[in-house]
Design a protein around this ligand. Structure first.
Ligand code: DAO
Ligand code: DAO
Length: 279
């Protein structure tokens, strides 16, 4: 399957109302035609403002890229993480749009590298307007390199969701707790200093041993309005914690300075920038 790195290149149903799957409402031939037009116009718009934008990862020919994107996305309304084949819907509950997909890997005993989960990062496009006042005058190519832009997206009250789909078949809750204490713990220290053990404990106490996370499980970590971190496992809410610092620390894993998947971070930043131009 061809991977889609630019999730905005095909049509969506009009909103509201929101539909879960564009292909149910657009005959494929029509969707493909519209999608092709949109994809090509996005490609040329981007190239005008930044000729380097499309080079390297999808080749230098926009028409080929346009048709490849369609093969993956137009009929299904999903974007696929290439290594694992996990597909992410372009839009999730609450009308949040996909910005990028990636992979979380880890080293076991410094020897073997395993794929733990694939992830997709989503944003509420209405909330993206909050970035307009400060960044509205900058071009997409300026924004895609702008560190302050991404730091503000991490910190401000934008509703976002990170959807994780487990691909590792032997994940224990204990190893999740340990990994979490390390990854999120280091971010809590980075953003808030060392006095955050209690916050980490509060979140980790949600990870009860009764939960199982077999391959295919879906965890959603959402920043809701007012910096409330909401956690769901397979669609069921398991807890809410209000903490700006915790929300920022979790999102930092996916598009902060030292992300799990650099290519995903670049896509997230680029797509957030191009979304800002269209809201
Ligand atoms: O013990 O077999 C093992 C290695 C497990 C590594 C687990 C890493 C966990 C990463 C966090 C997952 C969060 C859902
Ligand atoms: O990959 O290091 C990491 C952090 C992943 C965050 C995982 C949060 C898991 C929360 C739900 C677990 C419930 C058992």
């Amino acid at each position: 399957m061809v991977s889609l790195r630019f999730p905005f290149s095909f049509p969506r149903p009009p909103r509201p109302p929101r539909f879960p799957d564009a292909s149910r409402f657009f005959p494929v031939a029509v969707a493909t035609g519209v999608g092709m037009a949109l994809a090509i116009s996005l490609a040329s718009a981007n190239e005008e403002s930044d000729p380097s934008l499309l080079k390297g990862r999808i080749g230098s020919s926009p028409p080929i890229w346009a048709s490849l994107s369609l093969a993956d996305g137009a009929a299904s309304g999903t974007s696929t993480e290439p290594k694992t084949g996990v597909a992410f819907p372009e839009e999730v509950e609450g009308g949040r749009r996909l910005l990028g997909v990636g992979l979380r890997r880890t080293n076991v005993f410094g020897l073997k590298s395993i794929d733990v989960y694939a992830f997709g990062v989503y944003v509420d496009d209405n909330d993206v307007k909050k970035l307009n006042e400060k960044y509205g005058t900058l071009s997409v190519s300026e924004l895609k390199e702008n560190k302050e832009f991404i730091a503000d997206a991490l910190e401000c009250d934008l509703r976002m969701t990170v959807r994780l789909q487990i691909v590792y078949g032997r994940l224990s809750i204990r190893s999740v707790r340990n990994a979490f204490a390390k990854s999120v713990g280091s971010r809590l220290e980075k953003f808030g200093g060392s006095a955050n053990k209690e916050l980490l404990q509060r979140f980790v106490s949600l990870f009860d041993d009764e939960y199982k996370l077999p391959k295919g499980s879906v965890i959603e970590l959402s920043r809701e309005q007012g910096h409330v971190l909401q956690t769901k496992i397979d669609g069921k809410e398991v807890g809410n914690i209000q903490s700006k610092l915790l929300c920022q620390s979790i999102l930092d894993l996916y598009f902060g300075e030292d992300p799990f998947d650099k290519r995903a971070k670049d896509d997230i930043q680029l797509n957030l920038a191009s979304l800002l131009k269209r809201v």
